[in-house]
Write a protein that binds this ligand. Structure first.
Ligand code: PLP
Length: 288
């Protein structure tokens, strides 16, 4: 498994960072996970744009342009496909503020950001094949994270705790809602529902990540189907009475949720619209 760390390609086991790296001490960094199917990165440009946006928000400034990031992704795909990890990879990219001489909250001047990347085997999802029929069960929980969930931060403690809450309850994931009962997202995915033929998802704001898979799905629906789409606040109750619920992410693709808090979603099977859209999503050639 070949990784990249601060300008060098090396076996992942040999990659070392300083314990004074602020990514380690403060969780001060941003990251991306980009799916690469059969050697081709999917939606690379929007992923890199989101990474650059996150770096701007944190005032981290490595002197890297879009092409440098693209080259890094392509090299990780090539080196790890050669090493035969898998032909379907998740490319993980990570930038943290870098190592300081001491632990002090303020942003230090002139640090060299830490840039790290590696590849892992991507679990099977509809991105690989339209025949993957995995479904998910979820719990619901009040969203106890922070007010900047639109930044893809490496500080994932809130997400990890919510994900674990789902696992501890014997479910796959946790769908989160704020104190008003509005759904935000899941702990590692965006949320969609279908009601009477309309596809609905919560609008982008600071309480959820602008998911790239979410964007791709909305793009396909709007440009290639007549299916009505709404981006609007979603009440938890609407999820419980939805015809279909889906989670989207770069590692899950678009996956149906068939149980919420132990109760079936509609018939408790992957829904009709998902069955129709799944091959369309799989075959679509994204031009970004
Ligand atoms: N929301 C959260 C909290 C996530 O961690 C993720 C992905 O890991 C997503 C949404 C989905 O984003 P994307 O489709 O860009 O993978």
């Amino acid at each position: 498994n070949i990784a990249f760390l601060n300008g060098e390609y090396l076996p992942l086991e040999q990659a070392r960072i300083s314990p004074l790296d602020r990514g380690f001490l403060f969780g001060e960094g941003v990251y991306e996970v980009i799916p690469a199917i059969q050697g081709r990165a999917i939606a690379l440009v929007p992923h890199i744009h989101r990474l650059l946006q996150g770096m701007r928000a944190l005032e981290i400034k490595p002197a890297w342009a879009m092409d440098d990031w693209r080259n890094l992704c392509e090299a990780l795909i090539e080196k790890n496909t050669d090493a035969s990890i898998s032909s379907n990879l998740g490319i993980y990219l990570h930038v943290s503020r870098g190592a300081d001489k001491r632990r002090f909250h303020a942003y230090p001047e002139g640090l060299q950001p830490t840039i790290f990347g590696f590849a892992f085997e991507l679990q099977e999802s509809c991105l690989h094949s339209p025949d993957i029929k995995k479904t998910l069960s979820v719990i619901t929980a009040e969203d106890l994270r922070w007010q900047r969930c639109h930044i893809k931060s490496t500080s994932l403690l809130g997400n990890v705790m919510h994900f674990q809450q789902g696992q501890a309850a014997g479910s796959d994931e946790a769908i989160l809602h704020n104190a008003n009962g509005n759904v935000t997202e899941a702990s590692a995915a965006n949320v969609f529902l279908v009601k009477d033929g309309t596809v609905i998802t919560p609008p982008l704001e600071q309480q959820l990540l602008p998911g790239i898979t979410r964007m791709m799905l909305l793009d396909i629906l709007r440009r290639h189907t007549e299916i009505p789409v709404e981006e609007r606040p979603v009440q938890l109750q609407e999820l419980r009475s939805a015809d279909e619920v889906w989670l989207t992410s770069s590692t899950k693709g678009v996956t149906p949720v068939t149980r919420i808090d132990g109760e079936p979603v509609a018939s408790g099977e992957a829904g009709e619209l998902w069955q129709r859209l799944n091959p369309v999503f799989h075959q679509h050639k994204f031009d970004y």
